[in-house]
Design a protein around this ligand. Structure first.
Ligand code: G1P
Ligand code: ZN
Length: 544
């Protein structure tokens, strides 16, 4: 009996993947044929997938399960011979990346809208990762978009929905499906990188931490690794149960949306260490007792202390950071005489550098840190890296950061986001800056001399691919920067991001608040962009 069928369909015009896959409102994905068209476009852009193997899983948000069933049936109809799927259809993004690599799959679909809210009125997303475990590069996402514009039918299988709630394997028509417990694979990988014994001793000596899983995908991973394997006190992991709507929260680990954790860490009897992860487990926020570590500083500090971590001792070949990420990591790279790369925003630009063995550690200011152990950023990995450092150095988080600043100087940094701005107004804001850009070099702004002003573009050093339009940069002669960029992950209106950075070598001024130190640059950014006048707002939606 032949269960494979072809279903006629018409293109949707809005299926161009953004910074991280195709991200839309759930209701858009619920339109008939919408998800199917995109999945078929991916298979077609890969030149067919017959006889190949696939990894499939998502962050468990609303629509995850429906989408898993759709993709499984389409994978079988497109000739995939085997699919590894996470139990209950759930895999964290770094765990999916690991499984693709481990099983040498052709790639994998990761169903997530990362840190965006979930639920029927929330967001959903589909991202395809390649055989190296990393997000498809731009040349593939563009090919997918082109295919999506030409599509006239997709392949699927007539089949009852499958059950993957236990770890039993089954056949879906001619495709074998293996249901995997991704937590054990992932914890094995972590134990191969970090000194679990040292971290165990840290906890048994009374070190206290709180990990906020934000009702997102990392709950089971964090509970298993931190509490069961490493012996952190029961209850260390809070909001540990993954929920389809993240408990109504916004699963973005930053000072605004992870306020529960921030309140705990800034309270009178705060624990020694706090951390949080996002919807799909690739982001992290690091907090000490009454102390916030910026993601840019975190990357620099991991790099500076890598030699205390078994998996990285003497192994840091290079560091890469996205352009808007502070240049703190560059200082460490310079001191260690290793290469430092500046890439456009989005993890997909790190893949080639890691594959070519040029880069070991990568990071973004947007609470993303990772290494070449996978090809995604990895929230829990960053937390374990910090724990390993804390276990060896036996100092507080604050002391480690302050000593780092004293040694390297402080790259004072902040990002101001204006969310849900009308698209036309956002474009006008960018246009204002673009127009003024040409005449700025040589002039004074915010008490500094503007050295250069451009729209960031990138030529991949490995394969020569050129990519442009990644953010307007104003670079001052002392290395300070103001950067303006439109988000590529939002689903409602536009998000204008302003990245502010200045270098402060004077230890006496390190105790000051970042917003205070950056005040003149903030004022200059507002004047230049005319954001207050154009949006009618006098403060950003989120400051990190
Ligand atoms: C945001 C972050 C970016 C990150 C991406 C996916 O993209 O800024 O660094 O890689 O989410 O997590 P944006 O919305 O700025 O395009
Ligand atoms: Zn994420």
């Amino acid at each position: 009996m032949c269960n494979k069928i072809s279903v006629s369909s018409n293109p949707f015009l809005d299926q161009r993947p953004g910074t991280s896959g195709l991200r839309k409102k759930v209701r858009i994905f619920q339109q008939a044929h919408y998800l199917e068209n995109f999945v078929q476009a991916v298979f077609d852009a890969l030149g067919g997938v017959s006889g190949e193997t696939l990894v499939l899983g998502g962050d468990g948000r609303y629509y995850n399960e429906t989408a898993i069933q759709v993709i499984l049936k389409m994978a079988a109809a497109n000739g995939i011979k085997k699919t590894w799927v996470g139990q209950n259809g759930i895999l964290s993004t770094p765990a999916a990346s690991h499984l693709i690599r481990k099983h040498q799959a052709i790639g994998g679909f990761i169903l997530s809208a990362s840190h965006n809210p979930g639920g029927p009125d929330g967001d959903f997303g589909v991202k395809f990762n390649m055989a190296n475990g990393g997000p498809a590069p731009e040349k593939i996402t563009e090919a997918v978009f082109l295919k999506s514009q030409q599509i006239s039918s997709y392949k699927t299988t007539v089949w009852n929905d499958c059950s993957f709630s236990n770890c039993a394997d089954f056949m879906l028509d001619e495709m074998s499906v293996e249901v995997i417990d991704a937590v054990s694979d992932y914890s094995d990988l972590m134990s191969s990188l970090f000194d679990f014994n040292a971290i165990r001793s840290l906890f048994s000596d009374g070190f206290s931490m709180v990990f906020d899983a934000m009702h997102a995908v990392t709950g089971p991973y964090a509970t298993e690794i931190l509490e069961n394997i490493l012996g952190a006190a029961k209850g260390t992991v809070i909001n540990g149960q993954p929920l389809a709507d993240f408990g109504g929260g916004h699963p973005d680990p930053n000072l605004t949306y992870a306020s529960d954790l921030v309140n705990i860490l800034f309270s009178e009897n705060a624990p020694d260490f706090g951390a949080a992860s996002d919807g799909d487990g690739d982001r992290n926020m690091i907090l000490g007792r009454r102390f916030f570590v910026t993601p840019s500083d975190s990357l620099a500090i991991l790099a500076a202390n890598a030699d205390v971590v078994p998996g990285y001792k003497g192994k840091i070949k290079g560091i890469a950071r996205s352009m808007p990420t502070s240049m703190a990591a560059d200082r460490v790279a310079e001191r260690k005489a290793i290469k430092c790369f500046e890439t456009p925003t989005g993890w997909k630009f790190f893949g080639n550098l890691m594959d070519a063995g040029q880069v070991t550690l990568c990071g973004e200011e947007s609470f993303g840190t990772g290494s070449d152990h996978v090809r995604e950023k990895d929230g829990l990995w960053a937390v374990l890296f910090w724990l390993n450092i804390l276990a060896v150095r036996k100092e507080s988080v604050e002391s480690i950061v302050r000593k780092h600043w004293a040694e390297y100087g402080r790259n004072v940094y902040s990002r101001h986001d204006y969310e849900e701005v009308d698209n036309a107004i956002a474009n006008k804001i960018m246009e204002n800056i673009r127009v003024k850009c040409t005449s700025l070099p040589g002039k004074q702004l915010a008490g500094r001399l503007v050295a250069a002003c451009d729209d960031f573009s990138y030529t991949d050093p490995v394969d020569g691919t050129f990519s442009s339009g990644h953010g307007l940069r104003i670079i001052f002669d002392d290395g300070s920067r103001i950067i303006f960029r439109l988000s590529g992950t939002g689903t409602k209106g536009a998000t204008v991001r302003i990245y502010l950075e200045l270098f402060e070598p004077d230890v006496a001024r390190h105790a000051l608040d970042a917003q205070e130190l950056l005040q003149t640059m903030i004022t200059a950014a507002n004047q230049l962009s005319e954001i207050p006048q154009l949006t009618g707002r006098n403060a950003p939606t989120v400051i990190t």
